[in-house]
Design a protein around this ligand. Structure first.
Ligand code: ZN
Length: 262
């Protein structure tokens, strides 16, 4: 199983000819290389965790490179219709569904969105970066109106005896029973000023065997920021010494679970 990260929460998981895209997005920061259109082409299925623009806004380009379905909640489906994507290319999903793609199974879980705290809101909106990236800021204000958050989902991607529990935002629904001890937990590391403590308690809830950090980068300034991950990694090493923390590089596939795969 290969996992490739393209910035933000944009992730591709492939096994053989099966390739699943999650929240595909092109970097809007000139300092960060965007994915290539081919990276998001010929997918087996596309999944959306929630409707925010940094998870959705490039779908009107990406769907044309694919013949597959885009899976999302009903609010996001409606936003995608309005953005010009044909209805027969969008599938509404619900909590509890299980879908099969080649040797992969995807289970769908209701989830939640992180609550931005006041310090992070102040830091984002009272910042010189708003002027520096004003063109982006105007685009995002417009995109934000066209793309409501809608329902939030987490996905479990199962392959043989391994599973990835994937979140697009760092929160979960208390009333949902998520799989415990996943082989890999993806941790979107952005959205609060107290992330170090907050993310650790999130991780302790699921007791994963390994962690993959994503969404910590500055792919859509001035709204995103480059989050420092060093302290978190140091804390994780001392608190969870047996749980490796994977920090992906843009566009570089990571071979997962080679030792479990047989
Ligand atoms: Zn979001």
């Amino acid at each position: 199983m290969k996992l490739t990260w393209y910035g933000t929460a944009s992730i591709k998981i492939t096994v053989g000819k099966t390739s699943l895209l999650f929240d595909p997005f092109f970097s809007l920061n000139p300092a960060i290389p965007p994915a290539h259109l081919e990276d998001f082409a010929k997918s087996t299925a596309i999944f959306i965790t929630h409707g925010h623009f940094d998870h959705l806004m490039h779908l009107p380009t990406i769907w044309k490179q694919n013949t597959c379905l885009i899976h999302c909640g009903s609010t996001v489906c409606n936003a995608l219709y309005r953005l010009g994507i044909p209805k027969n290319r969008i599938r509404t999903i619900a909590h509890g569904e299980e879908l099969k793609f080649g040797s992969l199974t995807v289970r769908i879980y209701r989830s939640r969105h992180i609550k931005f705290d006041l310090p992070i809101i102040m830091k984002t909106f009272f910042n010189i970066r708003i002027i520096r990236y004003f063109k982006n800021f105007k685009i995002f204000l417009q995109a934000n109106r066209a793309m409501p958050m809608g329902e939030v989902f987490a996905y479990e991607i199962i392959h043989k005896k391994t599973n990835i529990l994937h979140f697009g935002s760092l929160a979960f629904d208390d009333s949902v029973q998520y799989p415990q001890n996943p082989t890999l937990l993806t941790v979107p590391y952005q959205g609060r000023s107290d992330l170090e403590k907050y993310a650790m308690s999130f991780i302790l809830t699921f007791k994963p065997k390994a962690i993959l950090l994503h969404h910590f980068d500055d792919t859509f300034p001035p709204i995103s920021s480059a989050v420092n991950i060093e302290t978190f990694i140091k804390n994780a090493k001392s608190m969870l010494p047996t749980v490796p923390v994977i920090v992906p590089n843009y566009g570089k596939p990571i071979n997962l679970f080679e030792s479990h795969a047989k």
